[in-house]
Design a protein around this ligand. Structure first.
Ligand SMILES: [Zn+2]
Length: 564
């Protein structure tokens, strides 16, 4: 974890308003002193997602997710901690300080500089590569679209790119996968005489390249950067940074190749991404569901296409939430989105999307495969075949409907165990340890730290959590104006981070005055408990080894207080 000074995180969270951060992404309504809306992290019909400006904290009573503005950005945008901090800092006009010994991915920053430079070089080379421009024209790609996707050209030379970089940049260049070395350890360009497609991450930074052969005899037809520090194929989707600008579209298309994304873009269908030569991963699906409610997987209508679709369905099963939709679009044989849209136009393509096969239908199609559903044997087979699939579906309406449907088709009316969704009750799962309650109140209203009685010695109780309370008080003493979310950020890297997030919501229903009264009651109770504990300890000692004068005095005093 990169180390950014805590003080910076505190002042950052002081400067940004979580309301601004969340409301730019989730529709919020004022409810009482807080805001509420539909949770972006789970599917729901009634809002259980709340944002507190006072605490600078968000919390979902449905799925239990919670955190600061930083945490929200990480979860919502799929960012690393450091990137979420940078984004927020930028929006607040602050500069992220670099602490000594800090391992911010400084070298990655250099790698991005290298990929950006290579992108510029390739783009420049394209301008004078008439044969590649002809190729693009033949494929119907306009200059504007080529610019949007930052297309380029890698020269037909062994060191065409490497020669454009300084000696001290060669190592970085190799780390981006743009050069590779032969057995004699000589570096040479990985991409030669190829149309170049920069691959961007979701933030629009170039992390890798794809290269398409120009000559028919060139093999392979498509070549991708290898996995590098910046590029992990199964996490990335080609065109996502552009498609994200169109998240208001009701669906996102997932296609197979760069040229499909680009051709669709040319026809003004800008909500498309491509997997990068890998099968659709769970991470892909989760990423897309954050911005869209419907995913349409687009496959060629041939056998390979159907196999790929089956794989995608299997990956999607455990992620198939109610109110999210996955459809499968199979294009006519021998067509891909690129060829289809070029031949028949955007409207025809959109009609194909409308007619896509529903997840449930495709699911049944897979189950029916190679089974004679008219025989009793076949029915039993289908029922058995369906069970492992059903098991993978998350609890919810869709699962119940599918179970019912399969029971109908197979005629096996085995009452599917009803899976009523249990509302998450994070408050109860931690039991009634009074220290938990104290931690919750202190996190909720950090100013209460100033009202902790000096004589309260919690260490004498054998409850877990004393060290957390000490830490909270210590943080408060260093910054008495600290708010809840910033307080919680201090614990981000600790084992309790999640636990404390849950505790934060324990007293959400109380107003400040009620919290103060609860706190006073609790402190009173804890004082009684700790003094009783001390009485017991002293009495035991008295029996076993006797007490010093001082201890005797203490015992008398405690007993006196107790009976007052
Ligand atoms: Zn939720």
């Amino acid at each position: 974890m990169a180390s950014i000074p805590n003080e910076f995180i505190e002042s950052l969270l002081d400067k940004v308003d979580i309301y601004d951060v969340v409301s730019a992404r989730v529709q919020l309504k004022k409810t009482g002193k807080d805001y509420s809306g539909l949770c972006p992290f789970h599917t729901e019909n009634t809002p259980s997602f709340t944002v507190s400006q006072q605490k600078q904290f968000y919390h979902c009573f449905g799925c239990g997710k919670n955190g600061s503005a930083i945490g929200f950005l990480m979860e919502y945008e799929g960012l690393e901690f450091i990137d979420a901090v940078k984004d927020l800092a930028q929006s607040a006009g602050m500069e992220v300080p670099v602490k000594a010994g800090n391992h911010l991915p400084k070298s990655s920053n250099n790698l991005y500089a290298v990929t950006e430079k290579a992108t510029r070089i390739f783009a420049h080379q394209l301008k004078s590569a008439a044969h590649v421009i002809d190729y693009l024209k033949n494929r119907g790609i306009s200059g504007e679209t080529a610019l949007t996707f930052q297309l380029g050209y890698a020269l037909d030379e062994w060191n065409g790119l490497a020669n454009r970089f300084e000696v001290n940049e060669q190592d970085l260049l190799k780390r981006t996968g743009l050069t590779t070395s032969n057995e004699r350890n000589q570096l040479y360009d990985k991409f030669r005489n190829r149309l170049m497609f920069p691959i961007h991450d979701r933030r629009g930074r170039v992390i890798a390249f794809g290269g398409r052969a120009i000559e028919a005899e060139q093999k392979p037809k498509y070549l991708n950067s290898p996995e590098t520090e910046l590029f992990h194929k199964s996490n990335e989707l080609y065109g996502l940074h552009l498609a994200k600008k169109h998240s208001q579209e009701p669906y996102i298309l997932v296609v197979e190749g760069y040229m499909d994304v680009i051709a669709l873009h040319e026809y003004d269908i800008k909500n498309a991404v491509a997997t990068l030569g890998t099968a659709t991963s769970a991470q892909h699906i989760q990423t897309l569901f954050k911005s869209w409610d419907r995913i349409v997987f687009c496959f060629d209508g041939d056998n390979a296409g159907i196999q790929a679709a089956e794989k995608a369905l299997n990956t999607a099963l455990p992620l198939y939430l109610d109110r999210k939709i996955i459809d499968f679009l199979f294009l006519p044989d021998k067509e891909d989105p690129d060829s289809y849209v070029s031949k028949y136009g955007a409207d025809a393509f959109r009609k194909q999307v409308n007619d896509a096969v529903a997840f449930s239908d495709f699911f049944l199609q897979i189950l029916n495969k190679n089974i004679n559903i008219n025989s009793l044997d076949g029915k039993a087979q289908l029922f058995d075949k369906a069970q492992p699939y059903l098991k993978q579906l998350p609890k919810g309406n869709f699962k119940q409907i599918m179970a019912k449907k399969i029971a109908e088709i197979s005629g096996i009316d085995q009452q599917a165990p009803r899976n009523y969704e249990q509302p998450a009750t994070p408050n109860k799962q931690y039991g009634e340890n009074p220290l938990r309650k104290l931690i919750s109140l202190l996190l909720n209203s950090p100013y209460l730290c100033s009202k902790m009685p000096q004589e309260l010695n919690l260490r004498i109780l054998s409850f877990k959590g004393v060290e957390i309370i000490d830490k909270i008080v210590e943080i408060f003493n260093a910054n008495p104006h600290i708010r809840s979310a910033a307080m919680l950020e201090h614990f981000r890297d600790s084992d309790y981070s999640k636990y404390l997030g849950h505790l934060m919501s324990m007293h959400d229903h109380l107003d400040e005055q009620q919290k103060k009264l609860e706190f006073e009651d609790l402190v009173h109770y804890l004082l009684k408990m700790t003094s009783q504990q001390e009485i017991n300890r002293l009495r035991n000692k008295q029996l076993q080894q006797g007490l010093s004068n001082e201890e005797k005095q203490k015992l008398v005093q405690l007993l006196h207080q107790k009976h007052q």
